[in-house]
Write a protein that binds this ligand. Structure first.
Ligand SMILES: NC(=O)C1=CN([C@@H]2O[C@H](COP(=O)(O)OP(=O)(O)OC[C@H]3O[C@@H](n4cnc5c(N)ncnc54)[C@H](OP(=O)(O)O)[C@@H]3O)[C@@H](O)[C@H]2O)C=CC1
Ligand SMILES: CCCCC/C=C/C=O
Length: 339
């Protein structure tokens, strides 16, 4: 007997983004989902993630293509022994409600869909944040690039977001003095009062250079850069001798697609004078150790050493709005859409 075809809601790119993405740049349509083949599974979205990389990579897709995005999804049909029906997976399936997956790295290099390990009573949405890609960025960024030592001064931008709030807590666990920079006092209260950061600087209302000199009078040992642009250059001028910079992202530049190079103060002089080392974290380079990061972060949560927060938007239809809100700083912790 033939089954009624299933339909998926899908966000498609309509026009290439210019500056802050606009609602008219996307289409929300319904699409018939084909039958799964041997080795594939069909999964229904439960939570959809809205991440900065979607903005960063958008110019690599064309109008009519499905917009990027990872999600937590429940397997509802399967022809793969690796993906049993009823399990929840994380996959980079795009912003859509029904997805066909298989055991392979996707075309933008995201790990093959992984079955969420047993996380007890914790919400499954954490697999998109503290127990997922952003959490692994914080974990591998610290362990492989920053390599923090007790007593060091650590500065992180984007400090109220998914990666920043997480890596700042790891720095506290390592015994560092932690200074978080973010764009709202509410974020500042959260990271200092709840997460234990030592200081907060609101880059929208304070002079970052002055505040940093006050909080780190002897300079900065390690700077974890989530935002790039002028703020980064300002911080690089206050590094200690042999300081380290870990470049994670440059969200302040993602909406700048004018073709002009972003303008920022010259940083070669402070880097040379202080022999600063610059490195970078690229979480996709750690696919082989993916579960190591997740398991360590899970353990820290269970031990009460790692806290998280999510900004959850309800309704798949609101995914695009949640994305634009995140780009404008509307999220505290990880920005998530509950389908
Ligand atoms: N290298 C890697 O492998 C990875 C890199 N990343 C990068 O890490 C960074 C943080 O990602 P994630 O934690 O997911 O996102 P967040 O949860 O931190 O959300 C993005 C935040 O960026 C801040 N922001 C937006 N525009 C600006 C601006 N012009 N100047 C300063 N801050 C701005 C906003 O906070 P505010 O209120 O403070 O302005 C916003 O809430 C991004 O740059 C992302 O691309 C993420 C994952 C992996
Ligand atoms: C294709 C998924 C990219 C994940 C890493 C994110 C990098 C920057 O935002």
């Amino acid at each position: 007997m033939s089954q009624t075809p299933r339909k998926s809601k899908v966000f498609k790119l309509k026009n290439q983004f210019h500056g802050l993405p606009k609602e008219a740049d996307v289409n929300l349509i319904e699409e018939i989902v084909p039958a799964i083949k041997e080795g594939e599974f069909l999964a229904e979205a439960v939570y959809v993630s809205v991440d900065p990389y979607v903005r960063g990579l958008i110019s690599t897709i064309n109008p009519g293509d499905t917009i990027f995005g990872s999600q937590v999804a429940r397997i509802i049909e399967s022809k793969s022994k690796d993906y049993p029906v009823g399990k929840h997976v994380v996959g980079e399936f795009g912003w859509q409600t029904l997805s066909i997956g298989k055991n392979e790295i996707n075309k933008i290099g995201f790990p093959a869909p992984w079955i969420i390990p047993d996380i007890g009573n914790l919400p499954l949405s954490l697999a998109l944040g503290v127990l997922g890609m952003p959490g692994n960025t914080a974990y591998f960024g610290e362990t492989e690039v920053c390599k923090l030592k007790e007593g060091e001064v650590f500065v992180v931008t984007g400090a109220g977001g998914a990666v920043g709030s997480h890596v700042g807590q790891i720095a506290k666990l390592k015994g560092c003095k932690v200074i978080g920079i973010a764009g709202s006092d509410e974020k500042g209260r959260w990271i200092t009062k709840d997460l234990g950061f030592d200081h907060f600087i609101n880059y929208k209302t304070s002079n970052v250079a002055e505040k940093l000199a006050e909080y780190a009078p002897d300079g900065v040992d390690c700077f974890f850069d989530n935002v790039g642009g002028e703020i980064s250059s300002t911080i690089i001028y206050q590094m200690k001798k042999f300081g380290r910079v870990c470049i994670c992202g440059s969200i302040s530049t993602y909406n700048n697609d004018s073709g002009d190079l972003p303008k920022a103060p010259e940083i070669q002089t402070p880097i040379k004078m202080k022999c600063v080392t610059m490195g970078a974290i690229r979480v996709l380079d750690y696919k082989d150790r993916w579960l190591e990061g997740i398991n360590q972060n899970l353990q820290w949560i269970k031990e009460g050493k790692l806290k998280y927060r999510e900004t959850i938007t309800n309704g798949f239809e609101n995914t695009f709005n949640a994305f634009v809100s995140m780009l404008q700083g509307g999220n505290i912790g990880k920005a998530i859409v509950k389908v």
